[in-house]
Design a protein around this ligand. Structure first.
Ligand SMILES: [Zn+2]
Length: 329
């Protein structure tokens, strides 16, 4: 039936009507808030390019986590800023690594039982050169080694699970890491710990502000030999295939807004729970526009999150998690 019998505006006339026919919903339990843990006490240092986001010492992180729990958020994603870095990222897998210490403290706090603690698994915050893997150098030439990096990444995942991580989330993009992590977890008695794989992580300029937040900019070169080329959708599906075959329990797509088509394609092909990471640059550029009065903060934030849900993400890692939960309350 065509107009005038059909009038689509009939279902848009009131907020009650719009609410009834709404297809996509946001809820705080599907939002995950990233935390950047640094050494020290009483430290709460704002990241200049990410208003409202802080490097937090463990005591301050506990306060932040309690605020997240009372807002009903689904979980936390933990990153670490170690006091020292070296070539083999020993801070990533040390028993007393910064994130391991944070996990032990957070897990003792009963007020945080409603939050799923997810530990990012990578080496770049812990290597002196800032790459996500072990670097082999030969004069001016360098190569990020795959297999020796995977061994350290698996060791890191097992160490984080031992410290109390509910989920481990490898973000390094080395080949074969999900299988190696699964084996290391099982060998350590953590056969119940799920692996959330950043299956198709693109080499994106939108990660820029994160490198300040996590102090993880590569000292030389870039990450294009391991992270994906932003032009490749079919290759992204091959990456996901591989990770599922290796035992991934969940997927995390990254970045989100510039790659909504990739999220949609993955949603149609795969049945695993899938999240998307609205990355630092997505957050920073919106904030830059808010500061200038160019965009209305609340509506823009909610629309950006809704677009990611509509594309097919079950949950969203976002620096807006607390602000969005307040709007949804
Ligand atoms: Zn990394």
């Amino acid at each position: 039936m065509n107009f005038p019998a059909t009038r689509l505006r009939r279902l848009r006339r009131t907020e009650a009507m719009r609410s009834l026919v709404r297809e996509t919903h946001l809820h705080p339990g599907a939002l995950i808030y990233p935390l950047f843990i640094c050494p020290g006490e009483g430290i709460r240092k704002e990241i200049s390019s990410m208003p409202g986001v802080f490097n937090l010492s463990i005591d301050e992180a506990v306060k932040e986590a309690e605020a997240c729990a009372s807002l009903g958020l689904g979980g936390l994603l933990l990153f670490g800023l170690p006091s020292e870095k070296d070539e083999e990222a020993s801070g990533a897998w040390a028993d007393d690594g910064i994130v391991q210490q944070a996990l032990r403290t957070l897990k003792k706090d009963k007020a945080l039982d409603s939050l799923v603690t997810i530990a990012d698994v990578c080496l770049c915050e812990y290597t002196s050169h800032g790459h996500c893997g072990v670097v082999a150098r030969d004069g001016d030439h360098y190569e990020i080694q795959n297999d020796s990096s995977v061994a350290l990444i698996a060791k890191t995942a097992a160490s984080l699970a031992k410290a109390g991580a509910d989920i481990v989330a490898p973000s390094d993009m080395m080949d074969g890491r999900v299988e190696a992590i699964r084996e290391a977890l099982d060998a350590g008695g953590h056969e119940q710990t799920p692996v959330m794989s950043y299956a198709s992580k693109f080499a994106s300029a939108f990660y820029g502000p994160f490198r300040e937040a996590a102090d993880s900019a590569p000292q030389f070169g870039d990450r294009r030999s391991y992270q994906m080329d932003g032009a490749n959708l079919r290759e992204a599906m091959r990456e996901i295939d591989q990770d599922i075959a290796e035992g991934a329990d969940m997927l995390l797509m990254k970045p989100a807004m510039p790659y909504l088509d990739v999220i949609r394609a993955a949603r149609e092909l795969y049945d695993l729970p899938m999240g998307a990471y609205q990355v630092s640059g997505e957050y920073s550029m919106l904030h830059a526009a808010f500061q200038r009065g160019w965009l209305e903060p609340e509506r823009t934030m909610m629309e950006s999150l809704l677009s990611i849900r509509r594309a097919g993400a079950d949950f969203i890692v976002t620096y807006f998690a607390k602000d969005a939960a307040k709007v949804l309350a």
